[in-house]
Design a protein around this ligand. Structure first.
Ligand SMILES: [Zn+2]
Length: 771
């Protein structure tokens, strides 16, 4: 979008890739699946396996090793060192990562009579190291016998270890050191959490071990609360402290691995992460993203089983994936979701990549299977071929939806799982998606200026500082919709006597998103609702709130709500990713017509059908979309801002404002040799007067002598509009002040008029909606 900025970033990126060995990008374009490499493979078998994996277009191999506390793993590490070396030598685009679950150990076959105890004469982690185990609120240690989960055999022992135990912590670090040393590309960490509800534990909030008690006292001066009390500050302090312990543990493992192999990436898998489970189990994805290279989100998608093939389930999935993308920011978002038949495999891949996440192919419930190897190959090759359109593009969106960690941490815990904040957040996201309004999920209110409209979906717990940022945004002309109880509690979850929002904040006391969500009732395979609505009544209410805001759009789209359209920009390429969910209950959608008019001036349109062929298209275009498609266009006529380095802050300010109002902007420095090219642009904004460095040469031609005289007066600030200056139909706006500060001040003050002067079709999303 901003050419100079983009080029500068590319420069930095290239440097950092070079500095760290040039293999960073494999995570961003990862196409993941299992590919177990057994130690007893011959060299030929290993090479054959790797060859087949690479042929299928897979780019990341996840494999397993035995636990070093249960079995000497040196021969396995030696084998993997050899495999890793071979892979890097032979296939530079293939990465090898190893699975670790450092806080859970299953000791097999130690309870053969199934009496819930280790057989006499046998050893287990619990019998040998009882002090390592997590301890629940009721004082029980986290040891379980029997098949509590599918990965635990009926005569096995399953223990959950505490990262606060110094001996165990050092041991795990030494394992990570050994693993990273063999030259692998990454370590995948699963289940880094404190137990709360596993097996016969119900709200047994670990960990109350001696080490945790001591450490909590040292860190906070408090005792670990012995009862759940959501009104008490010590309880809340402890809830946050548990999350921090897990995050610090992961950070130490990351540092340890990188100390011996700086290129070794740390990938952390967690479950879901959007709902209250992230609080109960203390694995906050918001904290974990700061201490990892990538999060892998295990997620129960609609593709899981034919009984869950449903429009609203898929819609919820895409909303979740966009949550993960907002969370990941510059890090990739890997999705570990499952499918159980070929149709589900294809739709899962289509929905994951539509959102810009990375596809991990497997089948229910394993991590190393696939539903269909032939289709896996087609999918991986498709993603590989078009990764530029999936992983190098920035989402376009001028609506922000705020996710509030404090609200998830401290409110609505009486509602298991899908509480009021979760439902509101998801409902709002799903209504925007089904209304073709692109949005970004944000986790902080620091940079609101890029948005035209910000939605606070029942973000009840907000600090005064956060509310201050919201108020500042609305006083500058931004739109804010606050639904439900937004802002009525402080950041610790204590209620306020009155709202602190500026009167321009649009407060909607209804939980319009939660009403929608609970009407359409997205579901998972373990529970199906009996009666469901279509949510349209609540969506109409929501859209009636949005409509007067006239959120500027960049395209008109005519297609039913079952079709999701998401826009992305890579340099001067506009990319639309389309996902069709019409009649998805059959497993594959019915082909749907989509009519699109791009409001930017675009050329070279092309339509790519998922796993199929491509055809050229015009703008506007009416296209048939089967399941998923990419539409790409070159943007040929950006609004060009000509600025020298002194006026760059004014150029950035104007760019941000133009972009959120739907313009495509290019910032250009003025130079003698590029003068011809600049003159040819249809919409030009030149910052600075005739005496400004660089840009002055151009302005000098355009201004009359009288206009120049005006500008030379102290404190002068002028906007000159020149029509048909160098060519017919051209508009040139000169924003100039006598001093540099005058130019900036003028842009800040008159930005609305500058935008109105630029020629652009009047468009906002809701006007064109077909519900
Ligand atoms: Zn502990």
């Amino acid at each position: 979008m901003k050419k100079i900025v983009c080029l500068a970033l590319v420069g930095l990126l290239t440097l950092s890739l070079f500095a760290s060995g040039g293999k960073n990008s494999w995570m961003n374009t990862a196409r993941i699946a299992g590919g177990v490499l057994w130690t007893d493979m011959t060299d030929e078998e290993m090479k054959e396996t790797v060859y087949e994996i690479h042929e299928r277009g897979q780019s990341v191999i996840l494999t397993w090793v035995p636990h070093p506390l249960l079995e000497d793993w040196s021969s396995h590490l030696e084998f993997l060192r050899k495999a890793s070396h071979y892979i890097h030598e032979t296939y530079p685009d293939l990465a090898l990562i190893i699975y670790q679950g450092p806080l859970e150990i299953v000791t097999p076959h130690v309870d053969s009579n199934r009496d819930g105890k280790v057989d006499s004469g046998k050893h287990s982690i619990y019998t040998d190291h009882p002090e390592w185990l997590q301890v629940g609120m009721d004082g029980r240690k986290a040891v379980f016998y029997g098949d509590y989960a599918f990965w635990i055999g009926e005569t096995d022992e399953d223990v959950w270890l505490c990262p606060s135990d110094p001996e165990y912590r050092e041991l795990v670090k030494s394992h990570f050191y050994e693993l990273a040393q063999i030259g692998i590309d990454g370590i995948w960490i699963d289940i880094p959490k404190f137990q709360c509800d596993f097996g016969d534990w119900n709200s047994n909030w670990a960990c109350h071990c001696e080490d945790c008690q001591k450490k909590f006292k040292e860190d906070t001066g408090l005792e670990i609360p012995k009862t759940i009390d959501w009104d008490a500050k010590p309880w809340k302090t402890w809830v946050l402290w548990r999350q921090q312990v897990i995050a610090n543990f992961i950070k130490e493992l990351n540092d340890t691995a990188k100390s011996v192999n700086p290129d070794c990436k740390i990938i952390v898998e967690h479950w879901h992460g959007i709902d209250v489970e992230s609080v109960r189990e203390a694995w906050s994805p918001i904290l974990l993203r700061e201490v990892t290279d990538c999060l892998a989100h295990e997620y129960p998608a609609a593709s899981y089983h034919p009984s869950t093939y449903d429009y609203y389930n898929y819609l919820r999935d895409v909303a979740s994936y966009l949550f993960y993308r907002g969370l990941g920011r510059e890090h990739p978002s890997w999705i570990l979701a499952y499918s159980s038949e070929k149709k589900g495999q294809k739709m899962l891949a289509a929905s994951v990549i539509t959102a810009g996440c990375n596809f991990y192919d497997t089948d229910v419930p394993d991590m190393d299977g696939t539903v269909n190897l032939t289709q896996q190959k087609e999918i991986f090759h498709w993603i590989k071929g078009y990764s530029l359109y999936y992983y190098d593009a920035e989402p376009w969106g001028n609506t922000g939806v705020y996710y509030s960690k404090a609200t998830m941490d401290f409110l609505y815990h009486e509602q298991w799982g899908e509480g009021d904040f979760y439902c509101e957040f998801m409902g709002v996201s799903m209504m925007l998606l089904s209304s073709h309004i692109p949005y970004k999920v944000i986790f902080s209110l620091d940079d609101l200026d890029e948005f035209h409209t910000v939605i606070l979906p029942n973000t009840a717990c907000m600090s005064e500082e956060e509310i201050g940022k919201v108020n500042q945004f609305v006083t500058k002309g931004g739109n804010v919709i606050a639904t439900g109880e937004a802002g009525l509690y402080d950041e610790w979850g204590y209620s306020r006597s009155q709202s602190l929002f500026h009167h321009n904040v649009i407060s909607i006391p209804d939980s319009v998103g939660a009403n929608y969500y609970r009407d359409v009732q997205p579901y998972y395979p373990w529970w199906a609702p009996e009666e469901r609505g279509d949510g349209e009544e609540f969506k109409s209410h929501f859209l009636a709130i949005l409509e007067p805001l006239k959120i500027p759009g960049i395209y008109e789209v005519d297609t039913p709500k079952e079709v999701i359209v998401l826009p992305f920009v890579n340099e001067n390429t506009l990319i639309l990713r389309i996902l069709n969910l019409s009649e998805i209950a059959e497993g594959e959608p019915r082909t749907q017509k989509v009519t699109l008019t791009i409001l930017w001036s675009v050329t070279n349109g092309r339509l790519y059908h998922f796993l199929s062929s491509s055809v050229p298209i015009e703008n506007p275009a009416t296209v048939d979309v089967h399941d998923h498609a990419l539409l790409t266009f070159n943007v040929s006529e950006p609004v060009t801002i000509v600025s020298n380095s002194y006026d760059r802050p004014a150029a950035d300010l104007l760019t941000t404002f133009l972009e959120k109002n739907g313009f495509f902007v290019d910032i250009s420095s003025s130079c003698h040799s590029c003068m011809e090219q600049i003159r040819g642009r249809t919409q030009l904004v030149i910052l600075g007067g005739h005496k400004a460095l660089g840009t002055g040469e151009l302005v000098d031609i355009l201004l009359t002598e009288e206009e120049k005289e005006l500008l030379e007066q102290k404190g002068a600030q002028y906007i000159f509009v020149k029509v048909d200056a160098f060519s017919e139909g051209q508009i040139v706006i000169i924003v100039a002040g006598n001093e540099r500060e005058d130019t900036y001040g003028l842009v800040e003050k008159r930005v609305f008029e500058i935008v109105q002067t630029l020629v652009r079709p009047e468009a906002y999303y809701l006007r064109f909606m077909r519900i």
